[in-house]
Design a binder for this molecule. Structure first.
Ligand code: Z5A
Length: 214
């Protein structure tokens, strides 16, 4: 486990395509706002205008193959800007930050998925990011089931969506291993259940943490 500080008001959602992160985020936001808290909902890659431009680069299928190293560094370039321009200022003024993906995605996709050195990713996390969420909700779903849910959504899948299932299986195994290694931070939710049940489980998990973290 790393010695990085975790912030109790930074909450991340992780999970594969079609796991329900978008719907869950909206419910978490509504629950927190109903109690009078300021909430910033954001995402990675992206979360600031500049970082969103990096997201476009990352997801554009383009014509030129993108190396795994390029992909990793662009993910962290986006995250560096996101943390400094959006996440940290919001935390500093007392807001809750709900982010659709954070550094665990880089360990999962670029580390476990692409086979890049986990030590390099850990170093980037330490030097460039410098903090971890206090709570990470992992919406865990079978890869084929996730694909089936988003089938037909986008006539032109993005560069990462075009990957084979084996890549997503490795990423899933990678993030599950991280969850097992950090049970205090992660809550693993079975995302194959009906959406309203997944939402209710996520809201309950966050409620557990909001007690005393106002
Ligand atoms: N990536 C990376 O490689 N490295 C990094 O460091 C970071 C990211 C930060 C873009 O992320 C890509 O970037 C992503 C990882 C990579 N590529 N992949 N995979 P993204 O978060 O924008 O992409 P995504 O995970 O593919 O998003 P998504 O497909 O939109 O997933 P979602 O938000 O979890 O799903 P949803 O939109 O909420 O739900 C999809 C559909 O399923 C929708 O019709 C729902 O109504 C339905 N759904 C959801 N849950 C249920 C349940 N429980 N039952 C029935 N139907 C459901």
């Amino acid at each position: 486990m790393s010695g990085l500080p975790s912030h109790p008001r930074l909450v991340s959602l992780e999970g594969g395509e079609g796991a329900g992160k978008t719907t869950v985020l909206a419910a978490l936001r509504a629950g927190l706002e109903a109690t009078g808290r300021e909430v910033v909902v954001t995402r990675e890659p992206g979360g600031t205008p500049f970082a969103e431009r990096i997201r476009e680069l990352l997801l554009d299928p383009g014509a030129e193959p993108v190396s795994a190293e390029t992909e990793l560094l662009l993910m962290f370039a986006s995250r560096a800007q996101h943390v400094r321009a959006t996440v940290q200022p919001a935390l500093d003024r007392g807001a809750w930050v709900l982010t659709d993906r954070f550094t665990d995605s880089s360990f999962a996709y670029q580390g476990a998925g692409r086979g890049l050195d986990q030590g390099l990713i850990a170093l980037l996390e330490e030097r460039v990011v410098g903090l971890r969420p206090g709570l990470t909700l992992l919406l865990d779903l079978d890869v084929a089931q996730g694909r089936a849910r988003i089938e037909g959504r986008d006539p032109r899948p993005d560069r990462i969506e075009r990957e084979r299932d084996a890549f997503f299986e490795r990423a899933r195994a990678g993030v599950l291993a991280r969850a097992a290694a950090e049970p205090e931070r992660f809550r693993v939710l079975d995302a194959s259940r009906p959406l309203q049940e997944v939402v209710a489980a996520a809201v309950a998990a966050l409620r557990d943490r909001t007690e005393g973290a106002r």
